[in-house]
Every structure is written in structure tokens, then in C-alpha cells.
Write a protein that binds this ligand. Structure first.
Ligand code: GLA
Length: 724
């Protein structure tokens, strides 16, 4: 039933609305026709009123501009003359494009949530903007909901999440770039007049355009300075824009990116933008990340996972690839169990016809040539070794060489009449079709019901660059929602199963997918040195416990680089640890070191997976970070030397974030027997008692280290300085 537009400004509206969290405030200016953020940042003192801020923000008319610029509204409006990128871009057969709304109602809940409803008579739409500051973590969540309140079809080219004005002194942009096996690389640039734009049309979150950005003041770094961190929780196409307008103001805008004709709303129908997640810090990037990590822990981590230790994985991929056999799998399982592994994961190659990446996707039954009695005997063997069993799947895909495709060639997304494009020999199933959803649900349900499976590695190994359905419409938006729905249905039916989001490594890592999954496969590169920068980039928005981090083979299969076990294990132990290498080819010395690293990870797992991650500002030949317990009684710090250092002798490592008046016992706990060229701090440091103050302000003299090596420091409460 269409809703008829009733545009009558409400007299009871206040000029400003303010919401607060523990350390942040957000003020929305509702004096104009449409709502706009007046302030977002450090919590305002009670002495400060919105009226004062608005007075302070008064701008004069400037040359060659409108006497009064259209505001950077939550959805900046074309009808109001906004000269940047409008937040809602719509039309009805080419007309009714000029959005100019009027605020209808504002609802404030619990002092931290705001819902503002506006309507536009000209375009016959209703907009509902929701803004919430999470009380504990200060994370802002923001959405825009668009409803067609007219009588005809509304074509939607754009409906972004609420637009965030960026303070002019936030003149730096820390963005993200990447590729397969080198995801989450940071890219620092000066903001410029014009727009920094990232667009993703890959149908997944993407390797190259992670949907996030940090905008910050000139001097900001890990421990000081002002910054906003912004991330779009969406696993399909997106765009993001940081625009500095010549009139002397800037804004950040995030939203879904639609293909032509992809989204239309029938009368009465609504669309809601993906959630924009934001954090504001006046104390540097580490504190921004802490907000996101805590938010994920408290709000996106499924209740069934809260407090549950993340088992150490063994994954068969780099150990066996497609060359699976029962005897070798059982041998590997025995070796893994002996190293302390807690979950054995059978990766690609286990299902019907899957001898290579050329066949099998779509046929989710066990390959009888490898497993004549099904997976039961292998799972029994794994369980007998004290490990859980996990399985790799790639449900959204189909190989033309599969029973499924032969039976239903019309189930794939396409761009007809253009020829179907294969990538990794596979096509994408149209999940928006009910019969496809039901087929996949049934296949997965059969597996999860028949076998004791506690984990699925849910992979997705190609871009969706022909996202058309059988009617010829682009459907990435609905495909993404259908994926979320499928994941939700599986979680509901099989709550014991944890799901990892993988997409050729870290191609689908975002807070949208994380609401439906429990772990993210960070990258297909297990090269420990590359991993340090990949994991660092990942850590800006995600906490360590969801970061899949595996010890790979000594000679990395992706980069060919040969890296010691001490370094490989020392890098992996700071995430959700696993092993992905041929244990049958590993010598006893390496295995002994790996076993010790697994034990170390398990021992410190409660700290690693709950503490505050602190990144250090380092030179580009080094990498350093720590994890500090909430009560600051314990911490682990890693210092990695990536390359040769410029000076003959190395410098000192400082440990930020500790309690200044606590005395800590300091030990180097990894590698097992660190060595140095001549007598060094390594010979005298262990067991020393040092104040948090000295550790932070003065730091530890580093020993001479080989390139591609690292040290892990353990600091634990000895006593308070005052408790002599
Ligand atoms: C993707 C994943 C890998 C592995 C292979 C299997 O590339 O990222 O970890 O599972 O698929 O085909």
C-alpha cells in the first residue's frame, strides 16, 4: 500500500540534537530543511552548547560561490544546490531527481541514538537517518533508509550512508590498497582539493579497495593526534569518497555502488544503506582501532563465541593441495595432533570430481574415489587424536564441469548476450533464486548433519563481474543480501559450526560479513614478512582473535622466500593461529620449535584474544606492536626486524600503554634461544624488574638481530611501586 507524502514540518522540533557515548559526542543540526552533523568528536563539556558551536561555525559569503552553501547534510541534497556528491540520487523516468526534504520527526533514545525522518514532496521519498554512539566503545553506527512514498517506480542510483563532515585540519588520508596475497596495505596521502575516490565493482569486498579510510590531522600517528576511522560494513560493491570542496570544507561519504538499473523501489518499498562504522580519536590510530576491536568483541561477535577459545588449526591446503589421500591425511592428522593442534581442516579437493580447480564446484558430496566410506573414517581419526574437524566449501560457485551445471546451466549470473567469463574455471550461482538458496542449504545441511563438523572455511574465489540474473538485471545488491541470509540460516540450523570468511585470502573482510561469520582468512600469503604488513593493515579495524594466521612452509609458496620457523611461528602466534604446511616434510628441529610456539600461543591466548592491541610507529625496516591486558598487569610485545638496519648498532624499543607505576618482570619468550653476535641484552634481560614508566619513556636496547627475525617480550606484573 503506497504511503502518501505528508510534508508538514513539525513545530516541536528542536534546533539541535546531541547524543553521547562514554567519550564522544555527536551534535546534529536540524535548523535547516535537512539534518546535518555539526560536531562529532571528543565528548563535549557540559559548558558547551550546540548554539555556541553553531555560532562559532558561522561562515561569511565568499566570492564566486552561493551566498550560503548547501549544507553537508546527512544526505546532501541536489535540490538544496549541493555541489558535491549528493547522498541520494534518484529519479522517476528521468524526472523528480531534485531531493529537497523537510524534517518530519526526530526521536532520541537512551541519550545515544537518534532517528530522524524527513520527507521530500518533490521526489516523493522518505528518508530515515539512524545514528548511534555505542556507549561503551564510542563507535558510531549510521544508516540511511530510503522509502518510496510515491505511486510510481523509484529508480535509485545512489543512497549512501550518512555523510560525515571532515574537519579541515584532518588533511591526511590513510587509505587501503592491495592485491591477492598482499591485502590491507596502507597508503598515506595528503588530502587535496578534489575527491579521493575508491570504487569496488568486484561483487565482493575486494583485495584492492578495502572499504575503509582514516582521515587525520597532520601530526597524527599511532599514539597522538586527531583522527576519524570510517568503515562500510558491506561485502558487495561500494564506493567511498573523501572530498575537499573548493569552498573550503570536506566530507566523507560511503555507500553501495549500483550497476545501471540495479535498484528500483516499488511504491511503499524501502532500501537501507549498509552500516557505516566510525570512530573518532584525539589520541592517535591505536585508540581508534581499540574502539573498533572492542565494538566487534561486544556487538558483532556471536554470543555462542563469546569467551570461547579459538582452536589452533591445521589446514591441508599448502600441505596437500588437491592431492588428497586417506593415508597421508591420517599421517598429517597424527603429526598435527602431536604438535598440539586442536582443529584439523580439510581444505579444497574433497568433493565429487574435484581433482583440480577445473571441476566439481557445485557438487557438494564426498568424492568416493578418495573417501570410499565418506568422511566418517577421517573424522573419527581426527577426533581420536583429540582434534575437531573442519571443512572447506565454496558454495556460491559452480564449475561448468559439474553435475549441478549440467543440470542447471541457467542458475549462473551472467551478462547475456556477452559470453560467460570464466575465472579460476568457475561461474557464480545466482543466490537470489530461491531454488539455488534451497539447493545450497540442503547440500550444506546434509554435510553438517551427517558429519561432526565444527567449522566451515567458506571460500569465494572469483570476482562477480557479470552480475546479471536470468531477467538481465544486475543483482549484486540482492546477491550480497542472499549470501548473508544463507549464512544466517546455516548458523541458525547448526550453531555448533564456526564459519570463516575467505575469498582468495582476504578478499571478503568487512564488518558486514563478520556479523555472520567467526573468523577471517587474512591472506593467501603465509610469508611471515609480508604477513607483518598485511596483519598490521588488518588490525586497524579487526581484532587479533578473528585474524586467521598460519605458519606456512619454510619456502613460501607465494613469494618463494625462505623464512625461519622462529619468525614464521612468531608472526602467526599473534592471531587466530594455525599451521598450513607439509608436516611430513618438516624436520624434527622445526617441529619442536613449532610445537613450542603452539604451546606458547595457547598459554597466552586469553591475553592475545582479549587485550588491547598497540601498534608502534616504526621505521620501514621494522615492525612492532603489543597486546596489553585490560588491567595492564600483563603484556606481550613483538619486535620484528624486516631488513638490515641502517646503523651499526640498533636502537631502543619502547613499550607504550603500560601502567607507569607498575613494576613488570620482563622476559624474552620467543624465539626459544635467541642469539646475538656478541654478549647483549639477551643475556641479562630475562627476569629483570622494570617500571612501566621506564619501559615507556626509555625502552630496551635491542640486540643485533638478523634481518627477518623477531623477538617477543613478555611483561608481567611484579608489584606496584607504592607497595614496597
Ligand atoms: C583459496 C583460498 C585458499 C585455499 C584455496 C583452495 O585460494 O584462499 O586458502 O582454500 O582457495 O582452492
Amino acid at each position: 500500500m503506497p504511503i502518501s507524502p505528508q510534508v508538514s514540518p513539525q513545530l516541536s522540533l528542536q534546533p539541535f540534537y546531541t547524543i553521547h557515548s562514554r567519550s564522544c559526542s555527536l551534535v546534529v543540526d536540524c535548523r535547516g530543511n535537512s539534518p546535518a552533523i555539526l560536531y562529532w568528536g571528543v565528548r563535549l563539556n557540559e559548558a558547551s552548547s550546540p548554539e555556541m558551536l553553531s555560532l562559532l561555525a558561522t561562515r561569511q559569503e565568499v566570492q564566486a560561490c552561493m551566498p550560503e552553501e548547501a549544507p553537508i547534510a546527512l544526505s546532501p541534497e541536489l535540490g538544496a544546490g549541493f555541489s558535491g556528491s549528493a547522498g541520494v540520487q534518484i529519479h522517476r523516468d528521468g524526472a523528480q531527481w531534485a531531493v529537497y526534504s523537510q524534517i518530519q520527526s526526530v526521536c532520541v533514545e537512551s541519550n545515544n541514538r537518534l532517528r530522524i525522518v524527513s520527507q521530500c514532496r518533490g521526489t516523493e521519498i522518505e528518508l530515515a537517518h539512524c545514528l548511534q554512539l555505542d556507549t561503551n566503545t564510542d563507535v558510531l553506527t549510521a544508516t540511511t533508509q530510503l522509502t518510496n512514498i510515491g505511486q510510481s517506480t523509484l529508480w535509485v542510483d545512489r543512497c549512501d550512508a550518512p555523510c560525515i563532515p571532515v574537519p579541515m585540519h584532518y588533511n591526511k588520508i590513510l587509505g587501503f590498497k592491495g592485491r591477492w596475497a598482499k591485502e590491507f596495505q596502507t597508503q598515506s596521502i595528503d588530502r587535496f582539493m578534489g575527491a579521493y575516490v575508491r570504487e569496488n565493482r568486484s561483487g565482493r569486498t575486494s583485495h584492492d579497495a578495502f572499504p575503509a579510510v582514516i582521515v587525520h590531522s597532520d601530526q597524527a600517528n599511532e599514539s597522538t593526534g586527531e583522527a576519524y576511522g570510517l568503515h562500510l560494513g558491506w561485502s558487495g560493491n561500494h564506493h567511498l569518497r573523501i572530498e575537499e570542496q573548493f569552498v573550503g570544507r570536506a566530507y566523507a561519504q560511503f555507500g553501495e555502488l549500483f550497476f545501471p538499473g540495479e535498484l528500483s523501489l516499488a511504491p511503499g518499498e524501502s532500501y537501507c544503506s549498509p552500516v557505516l562504522y566510525g570512530a573518532s580519536s584525539s589520541t592517535g590510530f591505536t585508540d581508534l582501532s581499540a574502539c573498533f576491536h572492542q565494538y566487534i568483541r561486544e556487538n558483532l561477535t556471536d554470543p555462542r563465541m563469546q569467551g570461547k577459545p579459538k582452536p589452533v588449526h591445521f589446514n591441508t591446503w599448502e600441505a596437500m593441495y588437491f592431492d588428497l589421500s586417506m593415508p597421508r591425511l591420517c599421517q598429517l592428522a597424527d603429526e598435527a595432533a602431536a604438535l598440539g593442534v586442536e582443529r584439523f581442516v580439510l581444505d579444497d579437493g574433497w568433493f565429487k570430481g574435484r581433482k583440480s580447480d577445473r571441476a566439481g564446484l557445485g557438487d557438494w558430496t564426498v568424492d568416493a574415489t578418495v573417501f570410499p566410506q565418506g568422511l566418517g573414517p577421517l573424522i573419527a581419526h581426527v577426533n581420536a587424536g583429540g582434534m575437531e574437524f573442519g571443512l572447506w566449501v565454496e558454495p556460491e560457485m559452480v564449475n561448468p564441469d559439474s553435475d549441478l551445471y549440467r543440470a542447471h546451466p541457467d542458475w549462473v549470473l551472467n551478462a547475456a548476450p556477452a559470453p560467460l567469463l570464466l575465472s579460476r574455471n568457475q561461474l557464480v550461482l545466482d543466490l537470489t533464486r530461491t531454488e539455488v538458496q534451497e539447493y545450497l542449504l540442503e547440500q550444506l545441511d546434509n554435510l553438517l548433519s551427517e558429519y561432526a563438523i565444527t567449522y566451515l572455511k567458506w571460500d569465494m574465489n572469483r570476482v562477480i563481474n557479470q552480475p546479471g540474473n536470468a531477467e538481465g538485471r544486475a543483482v549484486t545488491h540482492y546477491q550480497t543480501l542472499a549470501l548473508y541470509q544463507l549464512l544466517a540460516r546455516i548458523r541458525e540450523a547448526h550453531p555448533q559450526v564456526e564459519i570463516e570468511s575467505c575469498s582468495s585470502g582476504g578478499g571478503r573482510a568487512d564488518l558486514g560479513i563478520l556479523a555472520h561469520t567467526d573468523r577471517i582468512w587474512t591472506s593467501d600469503s603465509n610469508d611471515a614478512l609480508d604477513r607483518l604488513s598485511i596483519q598490521k593493515g588488518f588490525s586497524f579495524f579487526f581484532p587479533p582473535e578473528i585474524m586467521g594466521a598460519h605458519v606456512g612452509p619454510r619456502d613460501c609458496h607465494v613469494t618463494g622466500r625462505s623464512i625461519s620457523m622462529a619468525t614464521r611461528a612468531g608472526v602467526a602466534l599473534f592471531g587466530d593461529m594455525g599451521i598450513e604446511a607439509n608436516l611430513l616434510a618438516m624436520d624434527d628441529t622445526e617441529k619442536a620449535a613449532l610445537k613450542a610456539a603452539v604451546a606458547l600461543h595457547k598459554k597466552h591466548r586469553p591475553l592475545l584474544h582479549s587485550g588491547k592491541l598497540v601498534r608502534l610507529d616504526t621505521e620501514n625496516y621494522e615492525n612492532s606492536f603489543g597486546v596489553i591486558a585490560a588491567d595492564k598487569q600483563e603484556a606481550l610485545f613483538s619486535y620484528g626486524l624486516l631488513d638490515g638496519q641502517p646503523n651499526s648498532a640498533p636502537g631502543r624499543l619502547r613499550f607504550p600503554g603500560l601502567d607507569a607505576s607498575t613494576l613488570y618482570t620482563v622476559n624474552i619468550i620467543w624465539p626459544q634461544q635467541p642469539s646475538s653476535y656478541s654478549k647483549s641484552i639477551l643475556d641479562i634481560l630475562n627476569g629483570s624488574v622494570i617500571s612501566g614508566d621506564a619501559l615507556a619513556k626509555f625502552g630496551v636496547q635491542l640486540p643485533l638481530m638478523l634481518p627477518a627475525s623477531l623477538l617477543v617480550f613478555h611483561l608481567v606484573f611484579h608489584r606496584r611501586h607504592s607497595d614496597q
